[in-house]
Design a protein around this ligand. Structure first.
Ligand SMILES: [Zn+2]
Length: 479
């Protein structure tokens, strides 16, 4: 044994040579045990790779989960005792388990007998950068660096809870997406659209109501972007595309948290919405509570409605089903804001709005399901509410069956993101974004909101981030 081997086994990674680093990369266990090159000695070999960022991990390893019960969210069935092989971040095969699968060369085999394998969860209405401010009198941090650093904590929490994909609908940029793609920070895969587009005085305009100077553009750090008229809307949408948006979010009705607009106010004219949709030709989704706001947004060409809790017109829901406009209700955020301690966040003037949207939320989720609208899982939790992200399961379970809700949090979310068949499903070729559970979520989806009891493992992109399963080693810890 060489000196470097002895010390590396003691955990002193600093003297690993480039060759030893290479060997670590080639192990079937991929990044497990990999140590980043925090130290190199001068003279540095001339062929040392400086084009790859040093935090890029070796390809995810080859792993075989044997004897696991596969949760088929599409058919609402369990396929018992399967061997699921994953390699380089993808699911490569699924077959009936045999004893020999526990001892195959090149595969790290895990005995997962009796456990359930579910696709990782997808939350399509999050605000990952809506982090608490250091100053306790403010709800959000508005400093970009402060926000970025605190968001690393939020992202780890989301993975811990089993969310392997999230869509941010106001605040995040492509930099957060790239950071988690590269595992610079552990977190779910991120889809982002930058700030929310709002008209002046709309849900995304949080400027001082007594300041009536005309200052359109980005507001509140990075979460709102105010534009008025077709030309400004076009310019704003194009700027957001330039910044790398995966989608655009607009506000087409009033909101609960915004102080200066009425819930039933119609925001943006149809020509403004149409201009945005025609320009970007990608997913445009609308913050919208009301039937009329939804009608305008659909007429303008949007692809999704966020919240939608006051849509009381079946014709609107039928139109959504027909046109494939997605619906993402967010029950939990309103329930949280309605009672202590979080009601302190909402000014008294907004509390009346809350009562309306809470009742409406349960009605619309049930009716939209009956009418065939694609409903996705969304939470909208912000600031110190983020840890309640799983409670949406409990609330939806009061009006819908478990298997329907699990679909919403997996394949339906994948549809919203244009990622059907690639995430939110266990099949060959899909991303290895997986949850290992000790109970069947198709029978009772609320077990997902008891992670200490039932969530035994979380794998994202083929890398284990959380595990209490024997032999399943954590590659990227979340602490
Ligand atoms: Zn929101």
């Amino acid at each position: 044994m060489t000196i470097s081997n002895i010390t590396s086994s003691l955990g002193n990674f600093e003297i690993l040579s480039p060759e030893e680093q290479d060997q670590a990369r080639k192990k079937t266990t991929g990044g497990v045990g990999w140590v980043p090159p925090h130290w190199i000695s001068h003279p540095v070999p001339a062929d040392y790779d400086i084009s790859t960022p040093p935090w890029i991990r070796p390809e995810a390893g080859a792993m075989s989960l044997v004897g696991v019960n596969v949760v088929d969210v599409e058919s609402s069935k369990i396929h018992p005792s399967q061997t699921v092989k994953i390699k380089a971040g993808k699911i490569v095969s699924i077959e009936k388990s045999q004893f020999a699968h526990m001892q195959e060369d090149g595969w790290e085999s895990i005995n997962a007998g009796g456990l359930y394998l579910s696709p990782g969860l997808i939350d399509v209405h999050t605000h990952i950068t809506a982090v608490p401010a250091t100053n306790p009198s403010a709800i959000f941090s508005t400093n970009l660096a402060d926000t970025a650093l605190k968001t690393t904590y939020v992202l780890k929490g989301m993975l811990y809870r089993g969310f392997t994909t999230v869509r941010d609908v106001g605040g995040a940029t492509r930099h957060y997406k790239e950071a988690t793609e590269q595992w610079l920070i552990p977190g779910p895969r991120i889809f982002q659209g930058g700030p929310v587009l709002s008209q002046s005085g709309g849900h995304g305009d949080d400027s001082d109501r007594d300041d009536i100077s005309l200052r359109n553009g980005p507001h509140r750090g990075a979460e709102g972007y105010v534009a008025d008229g077709v030309d400004e809307c076009l310019r704003a949408a194009r700027k957001l595309m330039m910044a790398g948006a995966d989608h655009i979010k607009i506000c087409s009705s009033g909101g609960v948290a915004s102080l200066t607009d009425k819930l039933d106010s119609e925001q943006f004219t149809v020509p403004e919405i149409k201009a945005i949709c025609d320009t970007v030709r990608m997913m445009v989704t609308a913050h919208c509570f009301t039937s009329q706001g939804a009608r305008n947004a659909i007429e303008g060409g949007i692809g999704g409605i966020e919240h939608g809790h006051l849509i009381d017109d079946d014709e609107v829901l039928k139109l959504m089903a027909k046109k494939g406009v997605h619906l993402t209700p967010t029950l939990i955020v309103q329930e949280l804001l309605a009672r202590p301690p979080y009601n302190a966040i909402i000014p008294p003037s907004s509390r009346e709005k809350l009562k309306l949207v809470i009742d409406g939320g349960y009605k619309v989720i049930k009716r939209a399901h009956e009418l065939g609208v694609n409903i996705a899982y969304g939470t909208d939790c912000f600031a110190s509410m983020q840890p309640c992200q799983l409670s949406e399961f409990d609330l939806r379970a009061t009006v819908l069956p478990s298997d329907v809700i699990l679909k919403q949090a997996t394949i339906n979310g994948a549809k919203v993101l244009g990622m059907e068949g690639k995430i939110g499903i266990i099949k060959e070729g899909a991303a290895a974004d997986l949850l290992i559970l000790s109970s069947n979520p198709l029978e009772d989806v609320t077990i997902l909101n008891k992670p200490l009891q039932y969530l035994k493992g979380v794998i994202k992109d083929g890398r284990v981030v959380k595990s209490t399963v024997d032999g399943l080693r954590v590659e990227v810890p979340l602490v």
